[in-house]
Write a protein that binds this ligand. Sequence first.
Ligand code: HEC
Length: 114
Amino acid sequence: MKKIKIFLIAVFSVFIVSCESNTYSEISAPAVNPTYVANVEPIIRHNCLSCHFGTNQSPNLETYDGVKNACLNTNLICRIESESCGERMPLGGRLAQSDIDLIKLWTTEGFVKE
Ligand code: HEC
């Protein structure tokens, strides 16, 4: 009987620990030290490339350099954050606040690529 009790406690603790560590990584992974490859590129691909590809619509946001240049030279941050520099991007919508925060953090941390 005692053995079963200990076994149950052990199983239960493993369960609790694994739940906790999952929650922890879900919350902390995207927010700390975002990189272009892991974090920024997927947001741009899903929300911007339908218009900003090739010569279709300037700025071209298909590459790391294109996105970095747009942040430095064409007010990309201001465009995704407010209407004070022109129409808010993506045109006709808006990014989730967590995505806006992530791209801002990426720029202030120096545009880490990967
Ligand atoms: C539905 C099409 C469409 C989507 C999607 C879109 N844009 Fe745009 N974007 C435009 C158009 C059209 C312009 C030019 C007109 C203007 O400046 O408002 C533009 C202009 C811009 C500019 C200003 C360029 C300059 O030279 O001043 C930036 C920066 C920009 N977009 C970034 C983005 C970002 C970042 C996303 C995704 C979060 C995005 N856009 C999604 C159509 C789009």
